[in-house]
Design a protein around this ligand. Structure first.
Ligand code: ATP
Ligand code: MG
Length: 608
């Protein structure tokens, strides 16, 4: 084996490739994955011996998985450094005192892993580090001359997720890159927007370099408003997030945030059927009720009760959408100029709302209640709750059955309004192009950038003097990448029936050299020579030198997803050749002369 060290020069970055032997590392491949592993990345990473489960949502990275994690981390590091962020490392243990002013320990609730030390002091295992970093910056930055500042870390995070699932996709312990920036202005040179845009571009670079197919979407806006938050979503049918895209303009948004284009509406559909009360006992879900009433869910109204946040006076907002639609909390939140949240079920029942059977008519019965109706829930005859447990009505008509003044298009005011309060669905008009229709896709959130504003600096009273000796509260941004989730997402995106198909830039090895008969000196020698030459060119090689049947080795090579397979066997050697196959090729592969293998490998790796 070579005696050369990894880097040929102490100052250049050019890396020599790694050479490892399967028999000397640990890749415990499995024929079957445990039944609970249903997501492709979970199943295949377990089977490929990349990860192993230690506890619920807690995994160890075995050597193969670790190599991928390191490659993604390295790409993240390079792009963050290039974008002007400085790497640091904060402790995972966050003293609870740090949450005293932000109350995020309360906000996080059970998601926070808590511990108590031998002296009885409380701490949390950091789910993210806004408090720690704000405290750090407050203690170290005293002059405007030190801003803007952008720091990041790549660190294990802890969240006691209610339902850890899908292996690395939602773990309770996971690797995150989190960055935080500090500014004295939003606009202009050195301002938040400049860094935000730079981070946006760095994220595009990271996920492009990782070989991922992704969409950048607008996410729920921060306190500054506008498009102050973006998520980076890997396109995968197995994703938990719904993203809406406008094919005509490229507008893309998380469904939590997606606007819907203008819709016309009116209440004046006449000839309604008779209003009839029906008994609908013990039917959970709108589908069962609709079936029982002999209507379709889209002929029903669904009314959700919201309550005012803060303030002394009890105030309620009813949000009514069509039965097949979902109310969007974020859209309802500010309809009437004060913030609301979904009402606590018990409290709302005590206040007189028949939760599960609420109808819009409650607005005429109570003067502490306002109503907002989605445009698609206006004209027509509807089935709706009867404001009485276990009862619904059919034949409800807004204009006939509501004794309250209904709004007209363009003239909104009063206690009843019509507005976009639901999640967008496929076919809705695009908010950017009146004639285009939105399409829904699934995605996995791998990155999130956010304009925080002064939320944390306010809490920590992080105030410094600007150039004109004027006191300024520091403005912040935060930027996260789920590094371990990115690894899993690449598998969700890229695999086949035989196993993982790693994108080349993050593959644990670029080449697997399968030695048919490791006991034969000539086989071993050709493998050693080729691997040295490939490593000299920066290629990472694993030599499968196990004494296993060729069929087992080929299956494993496919399972662990190495982009290029070079097979050394007697038949090819007789022609001074090896068998050369890409992971994405079908069949056996083709003969390539030994003298040309390095060139062929390099060209395939760089063209893919
Ligand atoms: P989610 O909505 O999926 O719970 P989040 O929006 O709460 O995630 P952020 O606080 O934005 O997460 O964290 C930054 C990144 O960390 C996310 O974009 C995601 O890639 C990653 N991440 C968050 N939670 C987990 C987890 N439980 N397991 C793995 N990665 C995670
Ligand atoms: Mg997020």
């Amino acid at each position: 084996m070579s005696t050369q060290t990894a880097s040929n020069s102490p100052i250049t970055n050019r890396r020599r490739g790694t050479i490892q032997r399967w028999s000397r590392t640990l890749i415990p491949t499995l024929r079957e994955a445990p039944a609970e592993a249903v997501n492709p990345s979970h199943r295949l990473m377990l089977r490929a011996g990349c990860i192993r489960q230690v506890g619920a949502g807690v995994y160890e990275f075995l050597p193969l998985g670790m190599r991928v994690l390191q490659k993604v981390s390295q790409i993240v590091r390079e792009e963050m450094d290039a974008a002007g962020s400085a790497e640091m490392l904060m402790p995972a243990i966050v003293p609870l005192e740090l949450y005293a002013d932000t109350k995020r320990d309360v906000e996080y609730g059970d998601l926070l892993f808590r511990l108590t030390d031998r002296h009885g002091r409380g701490a949390a295992l950091g789910p993210t580090h806004e408090e720690t970093v704000t405290e750090m910056a407050k203690g170290s930055v005293s002059s405007y001359k030190q801003l803007p500042l952008n720091v990041y870390q790549i660190q294990t995070k802890f969240r006691d997720e209610f339902r850890p699932r899908a292996g690395l996709l939602r773990g309770r312990e996971f690797l995150m890159k989190d960055a935080y920036s500090f500014h004295l202005s939003v606009e202009g040179e050195g301002g938040l927007n400049e860094t935000y845009d730079r981070m946006y571009q760095a994220y595009v670079n990271v996920f492009t370099r990782c070989g991922l197919d992704f969409t950048v979407v607008e996410a729920e806006a921060g306190p500054i408003g506008g498009s102050a938050s973006h998520e980076f979503m890997v396109n995968a049918d197995t994703g938990e997030d719904t993203i809406m895209v406008c094919p005509a303009t490229g507008y893309a948004a998380n469904v939590e945030k997606c606007e819907i284009g203008e819709r016309t509406w009116s209440f004046d559909k006449s000839a309604p059927a008779e209003l009839t009360k029906k008994h609908t006992p013990g039917m959970p879900g709108i589908d069962l009720v609709a079936e029982h009433l002999g209507v379709k869910p889209e002929q029903m109204l669904k009314t959700i009760v919201f309550q005012k946040v803060g303030g002394e006076k009890r105030k309620y907002v009813l949000a009514t959408v069509r039965g097949d639609h979902d109310v969007n909390e974020g859209k309802v939140r500010d309809t009437f100029g004060f913030p609301v949240e979904i009402a606590d079920e018990k409290e709302a029942k005590e206040a007189g709302f028949a939760i599960g059977y609420v109808s819009p008519k409650m607005v005429e019965r109570r003067d502490d209640t306002l109503l907002v109706i989605d445009p698609d829930a206006t004209a027509g005859t509807w089935a709706t709750g009867a404001d009485e447990k276990d009862h619904h009505v059919t034949g409800f008509s807004w204009s006939r059955d509501l004794d309250a003044e209904l709004p007209e298009q363009g003239k909104q005011s009063g206690r009843i309004r019509v507005g976009d309060i639901r999640n967008a669905v496929t076919g809705d008009p695009s908010p950017r192009n009146a004639s285009a229709k939105l399409e829904a896709k699934r995605g996995i959130e791998v990155g999130h950038i956010f304009k925080l504003g002064t939320k944390y600096a306010d809490a920590f009273k992080f105030i410094i003097l600007d150039e004109k000796q004027k006191k300024q509260t520091v403005i912040m941004g935060c930027y996260g990448i789920g590094v371990s989730r990115t690894v899993a997402s690449s598998v969700e995106m890229s695999h086949d029936d035989s196993g993982i198909v790693w994108p080349i830039p993050i593959a644990p090895y670029h080449v697997i050299i399968t030695v048919m008969d490791p006991d034969k000196d000539e086989h071993a020698k050709v493998a050693a020579d080729l691997s040295e030459k490939l490593a000299d060119e920066g290629v990472d090689v694993i030599i499968d030198d196990r004494k296993e049947r060729p069929g087992v080795k080929f299956k494993d090579a496919d399972l662990i997803g190495i982009p290029v397979r070079i097979t050394i066997g007697d038949k090819a050697l007789a022609d001074e050749s090896v068998e050369f196959k890409l992971r994405t090729d079908d069949g056996k592969g083709r003969l390539v002369e030994i003298a040309h293998v390095v060139q062929e490998t390099l060209s395939k790796l760089s063209n893919a």
